[in-house]
Ligand binder design. Structure first.
Ligand code: GLN
Length: 385
């Protein structure tokens, strides 16, 4: 059979590194610090709300754009936490942030349009951009600070730029971009008349008193930003796949056209529970951040004591190490050895680069119990001794 029954964008791809590493961890009994998900079961009251909604609630199709109570709760949540002036009509509920990103790209891009992407980038971005017919233009960010520069942006933007796909806080770098970087990016979006699709799923998972600043709040961005959030990350319930898209009415109308033919709706019981969760008091969010920051500190100091070169982590569930001082120059080979010989699964950061060009950084998920982190540290001790 000569005919190839596969789209070339997907056919050329390996299985996502997160699945590969979790599978390897299951097979070998390794401590899984690869794929980013917490050990914690998530807030019991939010889970109880979902259970109650399954048993006693309405489980038929909810409205396509989301339950009115959740759209209202999202707008109110962002007004309270980020000072945004969204109305519920500017919010659409999706089946996770990945669906929101796919829908936004499919809805906005015409074949040949250029899309600015920042490396390291989440592994779903590039295939989705390509499948939408977009032409990627990369901005490579450099460790340890991963900052945006005028020079790099000037090289990537052009009159053909239609969309900028921006992740802040950035997975896997664990940086929270400072205000100057957001202003700089906003200036480029306005100058080139581009829409910013902002993956802000880590907006609540930031540490050391930092505040999340949505790109949408920058000058000239209110009408040209698609802000994407995720209940999975806000409530440590990564399997729920409830996302939110916020955009000005004209833009949201365009995005809804793609959403209606991707998933159409999202389970109503989970939407009810998320609407409840978003109204939780500030102390819940502060407690969640403090717990993750304590895990980060425990793991980072454990690694540093063992002699690993730990890069700073300002947010997300992740921290990175530079493997150069270990005499290593291939993150993929290092991670394979780590899981098979030392029993710890991690993620090679080259997986977040189109050409795998950065090969000396390895990501660990620290959103785990102290026992899990300590077990991983014991096993990692073998590497530096
Ligand atoms: N967001 C998770 C991470 O970065 C992975 C999610 C997935 O496996 N698709 O680890």
């Amino acid at each position: 059979m000569d005919r190839v029954f596969a789209n070339r964008v997907f056919a050329a791809l390996p299985t996502t590194v997160f699945e590969v590493m979790s599978q390897l961890a299951r097979e070998t009994g390794a401590v899984n610090l690869g794929q980013g998900f917490p050990d914690d079961r998530g807030p019991e009251d939010v889970r109880a709300k979902a259970a109650e909604a399954v048993v006693s609630g309405w489980n038929q199709y909810p409205p396509m754009l989301g339950l009115p109570e959740l759209r209202t709760a999202v707008a109110a949540h962002y007004a309270h936490h980020q000072g945004l002036d969204l109305v519920p009509e500017e919010v659409m509920i999706t089946s996770g942030a990945t669906e929101a990103i796919a829908g936004a790209l499919f809805a906005l891009i015409e074949p040949g349009d250029e899309v600015v992407l920042f490396e390291p980038m989440y592994d779903a971005y590039l295939p989705l951009v390509r499948r939408a017919g977009g032409v990627p233009r990369f901005v490579a960010l450099e460790p340890p600070h991963w900052r945006l520069t005028e020079e790099a942006l000037a090289k990537a933007f052009s009159p053909k730029t239609k969309v900028v796909l921006f992740n802040n806080p950035l997975n896997p770098s664990a940086v929270v971009f400072p205000k100057e970087d957001l202003e700089l990016l906003a200036r480029f979006c306005v100058k080139y008349d581009a829409v910013a699709v902002c993956d802000e799923v880590w907006e609540h998972v930031i540490f050391d008193g930092r505040r999340h600043r949505p790109l949408m709040a920058e000058e000239g961005m209110r009408e040209r930003t698609v802000k994407i959030g995720s209940a999975g990350k806000i409530f440590s319930l990564t399997g729920w796949k409830v996302g939110f898209v916020c955009a000005a009415p004209d833009l949201l109308k365009v995005l809804a056209k793609a959403h209606q033919f991707l998933t159409f709706t999202t389970p109503p019981n989970l939407q009810v529970a998320v609407a409840y969760g978003l109204t939780k008091p500030d102390s819940y969010f502060a407690g969640m951040r403090a717990d993750f920051a304590a895990s980060r500190d425990r793991f980072a100091s454990g690694l540093a004591e063992l002699g690993f070169a730990v890069l700073p982590s300002h947010g997300t569930y992740f921290l990175n190490i530079d493997i150069t001082p270990l005499g290593e120059s291939d993150d993929v080979a290092f991670c394979k050895r780590l899981v098979s010989e030392h029993g710890v699964a991690a993620i090679p950061v080259s997986a977040f680069y189109a050409e795998g060009s950065l090969r000396h950084v390895v990501r660990f998920c620290f959103a785990k119990t102290n026992e899990t982190l300590d077990r991983a540290l014991e096993r990692l001790a073998g590497l530096t001794r």
